[in-house]
Design a binder for this molecule. Structure first.
Ligand code: SF4
Length: 81
């Protein structure tokens, strides 16, 4: 079982690890702020991370975050009914 598999089984541990990285992440984000290369860096990081993580296996966002409908979204959706 890979480290990622173990983390995915215990999202509580993942949350704890993320809290431990908070300072490091804050520093990294501060360095990126204002970078002209931010889009490329973010796109590369996204590709690297999601090459190993499958949101369909995790689905934590779906479990913890509800859908957000703005008035504009409701009006657009209403046209289909
Ligand atoms: S579902 Fe959400 S929390 Fe899970 S890997 Fe995807 S983006 Fe991350």
């Amino acid at each position: 079982m890979s480290e990622l598999d173990r983390l995915m089984e215990d999202l509580g541990s993942l949350k704890s690890i993320a809290k431990g990285w908070k300072t490091r992440n804050k520093r990294s984000l501060a360095k990126l702020r204002g970078s002209k290369d931010l889009d490329r860096i973010a796109n590369t990081a996204h590709s690297e991370v999601f090459a190993t993580i499958d949101c369909m296996d995790c689905a934590n966002c779906c479990k913890t975050t509800g859908p957000l409908f703005r008035s504009q979204d409701i009006n657009q959706l209403a046209h289909y009914f």
